[in-house]
Each structure stands twice: as structure tokens, then as C-alpha cells.
Design a protein around this ligand. Structure first.
Ligand code: FRU
Length: 491
């Protein structure tokens, strides 16, 4: 192992659990996040990975196959699950939901045009026996035109789009699709006329499988569940570029019978009045590498105040929800804690979330990837995994700038944007989508799912399993079900 670089000590975290309703928010502190740079090798030459191999996704080759057979761009994807995160096939057909967009758009234009589509394939086939691209059939869009715009009172939107979520399967093949319904109000120059309007929503439908193909019915109505409240979760009034999205529902083993949801939010402070506290910084007394709150608050870091929200269903249909205080904040650490999810293992609660290199606050740096936290319950004094929080990052050289997916930096590792939107599946398998692979003179945009990789999750660590697949890379777009249900939907 390379020597730990100079830097602050991480914040002690007890992992102690609090009641889900308690007003206790764990902090991913600057002291914690600065561990990222302590494990980066400052002598790593250009285009090589400076981060530990045990938390680095193996390099993805540029000649990747397209899972949609040229039909759509594909990015954030999620399986059909139960309350414990098990992944289901229905009458032998695996089903996933994905954000998709027309391939005539540039890949970076996708966000305003995202729609939820679905794919299916036969279950139980080993990855090496499938077609190289994963063998999925694209089933089309989930919603007809004119369904997801219904909830917006102001119909003067310029773009109405569907963002990420999660899908739960119930008896009889009923599917509850939780997602983010979004309206943008922009002028012809692309400037906001008023802030965009993301809402956490639910639509209910049914999955039908003949055993050969899969059809969805229903999904003709959207129920609004939650809008940002300005008290726990920042609103568009407080910050026009606030983040509020990506609902993921689950049952907490400690509270059977209740349904909870985690989602991406921001700390509810007005953008220009935001500040970070001693607790957000998290330094220990006398740490020679500590910063002062004055320093940090003057640095611009206060523009990055992500949190992970918690809500609880108040009825059986899961159509009514109440906010609880956030379970994690990353004030002055990063602005986006996206697609949060829980994995329960060995009596511990593992909270995973994705973040970009470019959304870290001034003075903090780390790779694009999935980050994780462990505690004794769904609201705990979470301890960042592996010291810093990094669970699985792209191969990245922190000694060099990142560039942009459409303009990578020549000195950067060609894999620095290779994957994003990681989703942790049963058995520590991780799926993600390909964004950009390569260097300025030779790069390829993705828009399809990356090879699945595996990490061993144990205690407060994760380690990439390089014995999985080919040097750690499994099948392309491999999102396997671990439970099969019959066409009647009886589990
Ligand atoms: C992650 C993400 C999600 C959002 C979607 C929009 O890749 O930013 O948070 O739902 O993409 O395209």
C-alpha cells in the first residue's frame, strides 16, 4: 500500500443508530472527504490511476457493445425489486428500467429529454453465454405521451422529463414505479424563466410476461408524493439549481412493515446565505491540517451542500409520505449525493450514493463513482467506508484536472469518465452506465450499460473483486435477477 499522504485525521463516527424519526443527521465531513487525497499518490504520472486499486473500477475498453442495438441512449438503470432489494424475473424474464433518449440528440443533451424505458431478457443465462451486449430486448417507453405532465399545474414548461427512481414488484405482477417527474421552464436561449420543478412521484402498472416477451400496462396516472419543503430539503426558491430527485424505497429490517424512501436533496439554506459549521468540517482539536469555518465559508465551498433525504410512507398504497430529517449531509463537501440506496448486510445498514468529481466543493477532490457509509441503522452516525467514503471510483489521476465528458483532459486517465450512476445489487454486484472513454484525440461517448463489477462489502470496507469476470469486469449490461416469480406474481 502506498503511504498515506499528509492531511487531517478523519472525524470519529460511532455508527450508533437513532430512531428514523429522530432529528439526527450524520455528517460526511470535510475531514472525512479529505482522506480521498490522502490515499491518492502524488507521484502518479499522467494518464495513470492515482487512487487505490481496491476501490477502483477496472478499466473499461473503448469498443463496448450497445445494449439497445442502436435504438436509444441508455443511462441510469434500475431493476424490478422487492422491499429488500432482491431482483426479480417474471416468468423467466428479467426486467430493468432505464432512462433513455433519442440517439439523434447529443449525449449531453439527454437530461431535458429523458424518458423511462424498459428492457427484458431471459433469466438464468450465465453472462459468458449471452450475446456480448447482454442480450436485452428494448421494450419501449413506459409512459404514453401526456401522462407525466399531468401533475404540473403550470403547463408552460419547455421540457417535461422523467428522471431516475426505482421499481417495486407486488403480488399479481403489480409494479409501483417511483420516479422523478420534472418540468423545465426555459426560454429559447436555454435560460430558466423560472426554476425547474422536480417532484417525487409514483405510477402504478402491471408487468405481463408470456415467458418470451414482456409487456407493461397501466402507468397511465402519476401520483405526486413529495416536493422539496425548504425546511429539510432545499427548494428552487432557495437555489434555482437545487437537487431533489431519485426516490428509492425499502423496508428497514429494524422496522418491519414500514416503508421508507431515500432520495437526493440539498441542505435547505438559501444559496447565498449558506454556511458550514465546525461539525460540517469535522476536524479534531489541534489537528494541524484543520481549516477554520471562516476560511471554508469564504472559499465558495458553501455552494456544495448535498444531503440524503428520508421519507416514510403513511399509507399502505405508498401514495402518501412524510418527510423526516435528512440522514446524511455533505455540507461543503459535495453538491450531489445522487441515487441513494440502502443495502442491508451482516446486521449493518450500508448507504450508497453516487457523486461526480466536478460536484465536490472547493478544497475537496475525489473520483466519479459510488460512495458508501455504514451504520447500525438507517439513521446512524454513519462511518464513511474505507475511511473516505469512496467505494468504487473510476480510474482517476487526482494530480490532473478532470476535463469534461465531451472534452477529456489529455493528462487524465482515459477511464476517468468511464462509468457513472452505479447501482449496488445483491451479492455486491455493481452496474453503471458508460459516459466517456478515452483522451482528447480519441474518445467515445457511451450511452449503454458498462460491464458489471463486484465488490466485497465487509465491515467498514469494500474491495473490488478482481477474480470476478475478466480481470474484474463481468458481462456488459449484466443485471441478473436473484428471484423468479410466476406469471401470477405469487412470490
Ligand atoms: C444521475 C442523474 C440522476 C438523475 C438523472 C437525470 O446520472 O443525475 O440523479 O435522475 O441523472 O438524467
Amino acid at each position: 500500500l502506498p503511504a498515506l499522504q499528509d492531511g487531517p485525521e478523519p472525524t470519529p463516527h460511532t455508527q450508533e443508530a437513532h430512531a428514523p424519526e429522530d432529528d439526527f443527521t450524520a455528517k460526511w465531513t470535510r475531514a472525512d472527504a479529505r482522506q480521498l487525497q490522502r490515499v491518492s499518490d502524488p507521484t502518479t504520472p499522467p494518464r495513470e490511476n492515482s487512487m487505490p486499486a481496491s476501490q477502483t473500477m477496472p478499466e473499461v475498453p473503448q469498443d463496448f457493445p450497445d445494449m439497445s442495438n442502436d435504438q436509444v441512449w441508455v443511462w441510469d438503470s434500475w431493476p424490478l425489486t422487492d422491499e429488500d432489494g432482491n431482483q426479480y424475473s417474471v416468468k423467466g424474464q428479467e426486467i430493468i428500467f432505464s432512462l433513455v433518449a433519442d440517439r439523434s440528440l447529443g449525449f449531453d443533451e439527454r437530461h431535458q429529454y429523458a424518458k423511462i424505458g424498459y428492457f427484458y431478457r431471459e433469466t438464468g443465462v450465465p453472462a459468458e453465454e449471452r450475446p456480448e451486449n447482454g442480450g436485452w430486448t428494448y421494450g419501449g417507453l413506459v409512459f404514453d405521451e401526456g401522462v407525466t405532465d399531468q401533475i404540473f399545474e403550470d403547463k408552460s414548461f419547455s421540457h417535461q422529463t422523467q428522471w431516475s427512481g426505482s421499481a417495486r414488484v407486488f403480488k399479481g405482477g403489480e409494479v409501483k414505479l417511483f420516479f422523478t417527474d420534472v418540468a423545465f421552464y426555459r426560454d429559447a436561449q436555454g435560460q430558466d424563466v423560472k426554476p425547474y420543478d422536480p417532484r417525487l412521484t409514483l405510477s402504478v402498472g402491471k408487468v405481463h410476461s408470456t415467458g418470451k416477451d414482456v409487456k407493461l400496462t397501466g402507468f397511465n396516472k402519476v401520483t405526486e408524493l413529495l416536493q422539496a419543503d425548504g425546511e429539510y430539503y432545499q427548494t428552487g426558491e432557495q437555489n434555482p439549481s437545487f437537487n431533489f430527485r431519485d426516490p428509492f424505497t425499502f423496508e428497514d429490517p429494524a422496522h418491519p412493515g414500514e416503508t421508507y424512501m431515500v432520495f437526493e436533496g440539498n441542505t435547505a439554506m438559501p444559496r447565498d446565505e449558506a454556511y458550514c459549521t465546525e461539525e460540517d468540517l469535522g476536524y479534531q482539536a489541534g489537528d494541524p491540517f484543520a481549516e477554520t469555518t471562516d476560511e471554508v465559508n469564504a472559499s465558495g465551498a458553501t455552494y456544495q451542500i448535498a444531503n440524503i433525504g428520508l421519507a416514510k410512507a403513511t399509507n399502505e398504497d405508498l401514495t402518501e409520505w412524510e418527510f423526516l430529517p435528512p440522514i446524511l449531509s455533505a455540507n461543503c463537501v459535495t453538491d450531489q449525493t445522487e441515487r441513494p440506496q440502502f443495502v442491508f448486510k451482516d446486521g449493518k445498514s450500508y448507504l450508497f450514493t453516487i457523486t461526480h468529481r466536478g460536484t465536490f466543493a472547493a478544497g475537496i477532490d475525489g473520483p466519479e463513482g459510488v460512495y458508501g457509509f455504514v451504520g447500525d441503522g438507517i439513521r446512524s452516525d454513519f462511518k464513511p467506508l474505507n475511511g473516505s467514503g469512496l467505494a468504487l471510483g473510476n480510474p482517476t489521476n487526482l494530480n490532473y484536472q478532470q476535463g469534461q465528458p465531451f472534452a477529456p483532459n489529455a493528462d487524465q486517465h482515459p477511464g476517468a469518465f468511464q462509468a457513472y450512476s452505479h447501482y449496488v445489487m445483491p451479492g455486491g454486484l455493481v452496474q453503471s452506465f458508460i459516459d466517456t472513454i478515452g483522451s482528447p484525440d480519441d474518445f467515445v461517448r457511451g450511452g449503454t450499460l458498462a460491464p458489471t463489477v463486484k465488490m466485497d462489502i465487509a465491515g467498514d470496507t469494500t474491495n473490488v473483486d478482481y477474480s470476478y469476470g475478466d480481470g474484474g469486469l463481468g458481462g456488459w449490461a449484466d443485471v441478473p435477477a436473484n428471484i423468479n416469480i410466476n406469471p401470477g406474481g405469487q412470490v
